[in-house]
Design a protein around this ligand. Structure first.
Ligand SMILES: [Zn+2]
Length: 334
């Protein structure tokens, strides 16, 4: 079907319960400034007008676009009273127009390995991008067979290295952060391209304890251009383990909005995880729990809740704001 542009759910994303959770549990505990380094923003024209979307596609919940203006208006309620900074990229999905990036101070351009290096550099110039966002599906290979090195070419990486760009990378492969091929190639990137700062998204997609325990976090800790963002994680154990094995100054808060604006929580079950969701859209390994929209809260708030529990007080300002502020504004000056 075509996108449902009149989805009533899109007029108000926050429920009474969400407002209560923010007011009672989060507002006072959060630092005054927040830097969300992982946000997807795209205007309706980022996709061809005739793009078909399945009814189960969560983009329908947002009337198929999530532009800068809507995000900024929402932030006044979502993180009321806070000074919010953010970095955004478009939606690396299907028919998206690769040339377009959100018009905001810190943005990243999408990149496919099929983009000639001149095209990519021109795209970054035009969009005033601080870096790029590759994604496994642009490699046009079977998901299970895609390697990190399929996601960007050596020529693209050499250009990004020269420009001292930032790359936000969602590692591929079913084994996630415990996959030896991913581990080796993460190290190779950091070693070969010291001019690039790599933000490995979702803490290497380690949404459950075994995956982070079998990761090579300690090896990666030795590379000063290796960063992790916390997007879509709400696992206190994973955060604590990460803080114990990796420098806090290279952990960045990221949310993965707007997907994080759905209601639900990620839970670990037997060395795997699933998303319990109050809205019936297909995201990752999700289970729909009907009738809970007014009882659950946003994934966004579950992330904040668990981060506040896991991060020692003295590191909170750094992880929620300072680390990303230093990284992004530092690049801007180069
Ligand atoms: Zn994302």
């Amino acid at each position: 079907m075509m996108c449902d542009q009149n989805n009533p759910a899109s007029s108000s994303l926050l429920t009474e319960m969400d407002r209560k959770v923010y007011r009672e549990e989060l507002q006072e505990r959060l630092p005054e400034k927040i830097f969300d380094c992982h946000v997807h923003l795209w205007a309706r024209d980022a996709f061809p007008a005739d793009s078909k979307r399945d009814a189960s596609d969560y983009m329908n919940y947002f009337a198929c676009s999530f532009p800068v203006e809507r995000w900024e208006a929402l932030l006044r309620e979502l993180l009321a009273g806070k000074e919010v900074w953010y970095n955004a990229f478009s939606m690396p999905d299907g028919a998206v127009k690769l040339a377009m990036a959100p018009r905001c101070r810190f943005n990243m351009s999408l990149v496919s390995p099929f983009d000639p290096v001149e095209v990519l550099e021109e795209r970054m110039e035009k969009n005033c991008s601080i870096g790029v966002k590759p994604y496994w599906n642009f490699a046009r290979k079977n998901a299970a067979d895609t390697e990190i090195r399929d996601m960007m070419t050596p020529a693209q990486l050499a250009m990004l290295n020269r420009r001292k760009a930032i790359v936000t990378l969602h590692i591929p492969r079913p084994g996630r952060f415990e996959d030896p091929c991913n581990q080796r190639q993460m190290v190779e990137l950091c070693e070969t391209y010291p001019g690039i700062d790599f933000i490995f998204a979702h803490i290497g997609r380690a949404y459950f304890m075994r995956n982070i325990r079998k990761s090579n976090l300690e090896e990666l800790a030795g590379y000063s251009n290796c960063f992790f963002d916390t997007a879509m994680l709400n696992h206190e154990g994973v955060f604590r383990y990460t803080l114990d094995h990796f420098p806090a100054e290279r952990i960045l808060f990221g949310s993965d909005a707007p997907i994080a604006l759905l209601h639900g929580k990620s839970v670990e079950i037997n060395n795997a995880y699933c998303y319990l969701c109050a809205e019936n859209y297909r995201i990752g390994s999700m289970v729909y729990v009907p009738g809970m929209r007014e009882k659950f809260t946003l994934f966004y708030y579950e992330q904040l809740r668990s981060l506040l529990e896991a991060i020692p007080q003295e590191l909170q300002q750094q992880i929620f704001f300072q680390n990303a502020f230093t990284l992004f504004t530092g690049k801007e000056r180069q």
